[in-house]
Design a protein around this ligand. Structure first.
Ligand code: GLC
Length: 519
C-alpha cells in the first residue's frame, strides 16, 4: 500500500500539562511523555500529537505562544524534546506537534514591539484598525469570553484584533514578513525531525483585509467559527510547499473549526492543502444511530468528491470527554468499536482508553477562561496517592475514581476498556478492510448502526446498538464475533442478537454479502 502513513495511522493526542509530571511541580512535562511511550506502544497507536509546549504565559495554557522555536521551562528543554523525539522514533511512533499560526501571545517579542509605537518594525505583523475607543471596528466576537474580538490599545490609540483572548493578538497573514517568519518556525521543527503538525484553527489565518461585519443572524457566534476566507487556501498551499522541502512524509493536520463538513472538505484543496482536517460535527453529535449514520454519509460524500481522507475524533482538550457526554462506560465501549472501525484516521485523546470522565472542578480550582478544565484533568497511571506523578497535587483535580480507573489497574484487568481499545487497535492494524475498505450499509433496526468494511477477501461487519435494550440483526452468511464491546460472546459465532449498548466487530466466515446494500 503506497498511501501516506497518516491514512493508516491511529493518532494519540497528548495534552502535555496533564500527561505525567516528573519534576514535582504538578504539571506534566516532556520527560513524562518519554517515560510513558511504552504504554503507547503496548496500546498500539502509530503516532502522537503533542499539544503546545512552547514558551508561553499560559493564559490559554500554551495556545498563547511567546516563542515558536523553544520549550517552556515548565515542560523541559529542547534537549528533552530531542530525546523524546528520538525515543518515539526508535519505537516506531511518529510525532506531530501543535503549530499555532493564527496568533501569538501578547508577550511574544513581535507583539511587544508592535504595540510599542505605530511605527514599530513589527506593527503591521498584527491587525490594527483606527476607530473610536468605544466602538470596535466591526461586530466580530472573540472566543471564550463574551466580548468583542478587538482590544483598544490606549498607548497607540488603535484597536487590535484577537479571535481568542486579548492576550492572543492575531497575526496578519497578509503581511509577507509574517508568512516568511512562520514558515521558518515550521522549518525549525522539521529540521529537528518532527513528522508533521497539527495546525491550530488553521482556517482563521486568511482574512479579507476589509474585515466586514458578519451578518446579524450569526454575529453572536465567535468569529473563529465563521472565518472561511479564500486567502487561507493559497496560504495553505505555500505551507504545504515548506513541508515538501523535507524528505519523508510530513503531515499537515488542520483544525478547521467550521461546523459544516462541506466547508471542512474544501481545506483539503485539490490534494494540495491539508493532508487531514478535523471534522467536528460528529464530535458534537448525540449518541444516536440516525445522527451517526447521517454524519458518516455526509463525511463520505463531502470528502469522497475530493478524494480526501476523513478523520474521526470523539474527545479532545477543548470539549467534555465523550465518556462524560455519552453518560456511561457501556456507551464509551460501544463508541470505541465505532471510532476504530470507521474509514479514516481516528484521533484518540489521552485517557479515553481508560474511560476517564471529566474531573469535577471546584470553584476555587477553576483555571481555564474557556471552562475546559474538566477534560484536562491529569492522567492517573497507578493507584498510589500521586497516581504516578511526582507530586500528589497536580495542577487540576484528578478525574473520578482514579484509585480504580488508572493505567495499572486497567492493564491488570483483561475485561477493561483499556484492553478493548488494544484489541480493536490490533485488528485495525492488521486488517486491510478496516483500514481501507469502503463503507457499505447493512439493514438493521433503527437504533442499530450496521455497516460492512470489505477489502478483497477481508470482510467485516460492524454493529453498534445505541439502544439500552437488546436488538436483533439478521445477517446473511456466517459471522464470528471477533471483538465485542462488553466482552459478551467474543470469539463465538454471531447469533443475531446484539445486547443493549453493545458494539461488535464481526469477521466473515466466507459467505456472500447479498443482503448488503451500498449507501
Ligand atoms: C484551538 C485550540 C484551543 C485554543 C484555541 C486558540 O481551538 O484547540 O485549545 O484555545 O485554538 O489557540
Amino acid at each position: 500500500m503506497s498511501a501516506p502513513w497518516w491514512q493508516s495511522a491511529v493518532v494519540y493526542q497528548i495534552y502535555p500539562r496533564s500527561f505525567c509530571d516528573t519534576t514535582g511541580n504538578g504539571v506534566g512535562d516532556l520527560e513524562g511523555i518519554r517515560r510513558r511511550l511504552d504504554h503507547l506502544v503496548w496500546l498500539g497507536v502509530d503516532a502522537i500529537w503533542i499539544s503546545p509546549f512552547f514558551p508561553s504565559p499560559m493564559k490559554d495554557y500554551g495556545y498563547d505562544v511567546a516563542n515558536f522555536c523553544g520549550v517552556d521551562p515548565l515542560f523541559g528543554t529542547l534537549a528533552d524534546f530531542d530525546r523524546l523525539l528520538d525515543d518515539a522514533h526508535a519505537r516506531g511512533l511518529r510525532v506531530l506537534i501543535d503549530w499555532v499560526p493564527n496568533h501569538t501571545s501578547d508577550q511574544h517579542p513581535w507583539f511587544v514591539d508592535a504595540r510599542s509605537s505605530r511605527s514599530a518594525a513589527h506593527r503591521d505583523w498584527y491587525v490594527w484598525r483606527d476607530g473610536h475607543p468605544d466602538r470596535p471596528p466591526n461586530n466580530w466576537r472573540a472566543a471564550f469570553l463574551d466580548s468583542p474580538a478587538w482590544s483598544w490599545d490606549e498607548a497607540t490609540r488603535q484597536w487590535y484584533l484577537h479571535l481568542f483572548l486579548a492576550e492572543q493578538p492575531d497575526l496578519d497573514w497578509n503581511n509577507h514578513e509574517v508568512v516568511a517568519a512562520m514558515h521558518d518556525s515550521l522549518r525549525f521543527w522539521l529540521d529537528r525531525g518532527v513528522d508533521g503538525f497539527r495546525m491550530d484553527v488553521i482556517h482563521c489565518i486568511g482574512k479579507d483585509p476589509a474585515l466586514d461585519d458578519h451578518p446579524d443572524a450569526v454575529a453572536k457566534i465567535p468569529a473563529c467559527a465563521l472565518n472561511d476566507d479564500p486567502l487561507t487556501h493559497s496560504l495553505l498551499r505555500d505551507i504545504r510547499a515548506v513541508l515538501e522541502e523535507y524528505p519523508g512524509e510530513r503531515a499537515m493536520v488542520g483544525e478547521v473549526y467550521l461546523l459544516s463538513t462541506d466547508a471542512v472538505a474544501t481545506y483539503y484543496g485539490d490534494g494540495d492543502e491539508l493532508h487531514l482536517a478535523f471534522n467536528f460535527p460528529p464530535l458534537y453529535a448525540a449518541w444516536e444511530a440516525g445522527a451517526w449514520r447521517e454524519h458518516i454519509e455526509r463525511t463520505e460524500a463531502a470528502l469522497g468528491d475530493r478524494n480526501a481522507w476523513p478523520t474521526w475524533v470523539l474527545s479532545n482538550h477543548d470539549n467534555p470527554r465523550h465518556r462524560t457526554r455519552y453518560g456511561s462506560e457501556a456507551r464509551a465501549r460501544a463508541a470505541a468499536v465505532l471510532l476504530l472501525s470507521l474509514r479514516g484516521t481516528p484521533f484518540l485523546y489521552a485517557g479515553e482508553e481508560f474511560g476517564l470522565e471529566d474531573a469535577v472542578i471546584p470553584a476555587d480550582r477553576r483555571l481555564d477562561p474557556g471552562g475546559r478544565d474538566g477534560c484536562r484533568a491529569p492522567i492517573p497511571w497507578d493507584a498510589a496517592a500521586g497516581h504516578g506523578w511526582a507530586r500528589a497535587k497536580a495542577w487540576l483535580p484528578w478525574p473520578p475514581d482514579a484509585g480504580q480507573r488508572n493505567a495499572a489497574a486497567l492493564r491488570a484487568d483483561e475485561q477493561s476498556l483499556l484492553h478493548l481499545y488494544r484489541r480493536l487497535l490490533a485488528h485495525r492494524r492488521t486488517s486491510p478492510a478496516l483500514q481501507w475498505g469502503v463503507i457499505e450499509w447493512v439493514e438493521a433496526p433503527d437504533d442499530v448502526l450496521a455497516f460492512r468494511r470489505v477489502f478483497g477477501d477481508d470482510r467485516w461487519t460492524v454493529l453498534v446498538n445505541f439502544a439500552a435494550e437488546d436488538r436483533e440483526v439478521a445477517l446473511a452468511g456466517a459471522w464470528k464475533r471477533v471483538v465485542t464491546s462488553d466482552g459478551h460472546g467474543e470469539g463465538r459465532a454471531f447469533d443475531g442478537v446484539l445486547r443493549a449498548n453493545q458494539g461488535t466487530l464481526l469477521l466473515s466466515r466466507g459467505v456472500s454479502a447479498s443482503r448488503s446494500r451500498r449507501a
